[in-house]
Design a protein around this ligand. Sequence first.
Ligand code: ZN
Length: 345
Amino acid sequence: MLNCEIHGALDLRLAERPAEPLAPTQVRVAVKAVGICGSDLHYYRHGRVGDFVIRAPLTPGHEASGQVIEVGAQVSSVKPGDRVALNPSRTCGVCRFCRAGASNHCENVHFFGSASRWPHMQGAMREQVVVEATQCLAVPDALSFERAAFGEPLAVALHAVQEAGSLLGKTVMVVGAGPIGALILMAAKLAGASRLIAVDIVDETLAACTRVGATRTINAATEPDALQALAADKGQVDASFEVSGHYDGLAHCIRSTRPRGTIVQVGTLGGNSEGCPFNQVMVKSLHLVGSFRFVDEYAWAVDYLSRGLLDVSPLLTEAVPVARVHDAFALAADRHRAMKVLVTF
Ligand code: ZN
């Protein structure tokens, strides 16, 4: 079976690997489309994501869809031929967090394409994967494999919006308007937000946000005055989402969010925190909350996509055949050209 493997920084290889065995509760899926996410890009470019270092070949990819080939003896939820979206998260269901309805903090989670554990958890960027039946959600024929692969990033966005509380009638700002930021805008609109402001430093991604419902875009690099105006009179924004992964982005959120408003941290912050006005969190009684992965939102995301309640097509840059996987990663790394790039099989 054809496997994409990252051996280290800028060392991505295609290799043939034997098919995996199938347990009675499992499903063998022919992978059809896999989105390239920021963490996949980090593994590819640097051989690591934060403290998670690649110590053995890692198959990336956690935004996947495919078609069922074979099911284990105990599986009745899907059958061969079914088109499925793949939940990358296999949780234990019995730890204290799973039992409390917070399986995104499962102590025994296996998550596609992550070097956070040893041995590494292999991802979905390969010809076939074997997953638990509970990870397969059937999707209708009308939903393309490419759009079905958006289930995971959309689930992340829906969870972030859940963490923000009610957005009905609210002014929402998203700082960092890549694919996750754009999906958060769409989810916030769905949740009733009335004004949707996208902030980024790349005009092309801001244009994509306009196509999915942003009512206003601000380029933080070229329109500092517009950003400053949002901070006037203790802040003009009710709820903000930090998705850029920079302390500057969090600083914008803290300055622009009005007293008693909410900030959701979605990005993994890097760089220097000096100058970030953390004391304003206290002075303005802000609610600063984190959002990590998702729980039930994966099923919601697939349902929204399946029923056409959300159209992610404007975010789909290109579906690249696996033989050109290196081109796909190069394209995905270029924020001026790419929102979401997928690898197809
Ligand atoms: Zn658990």
